[in-house]
Design a protein. Structure first.
Length: 114
């Protein structure tokens, strides 16, 4: 017989996942729109404000639920915070390099990183 997990089934944190996804998408939209529209332009600043609001709401939701998707208090650990930032920056910059320097399409750049 197979082993049974001792973990109890949890409800999916749909609002939390939606807030996090919307916040990260807004942040990436601001980063990618900044060079062409201008970093101080109203649309770019608006997207960054939306990202901050959504990610702030995500933190508030995550801190209040019994079983968070990702506990925001983990980012209080300096080494973990630095490694997460370095990982995200590496993936983002690698994609930018492949698209702009090597003329890969976004699809091919994604495949090359996989």
């Amino acid at each position: 017989m197979g082993r049974r997990s001792r973990l109890s089934p949890r409800a999916t944190a749909v609002p939390s996942a939606l807030l996090f996804t919307a916040g990260v998408v807004a942040l990436l939209l601001g980063i990618t729109s900044g060079p062409s529209a201008g970093w101080a332009s109203v649309p770019v600043l608006g997207v960054f404000a939306a990202a901050a609001a959504r990610l702030g709401a995500w933190c508030a939701v995550e801190l209040r639920i019994a079983h968070p998707m990702l506990d925001p208090r983990l980012f209080a650990i300096p080494a973990l915070r630095a490694h997460c930032l370095a990982l995200v920056a590496t993936f983002y910059l690698n994609g930018q390099y492949l698209q702009h320097s090597k003329s890969f399409s976004p699809f091919l750049a994604s495949l090359a990183r996989a």
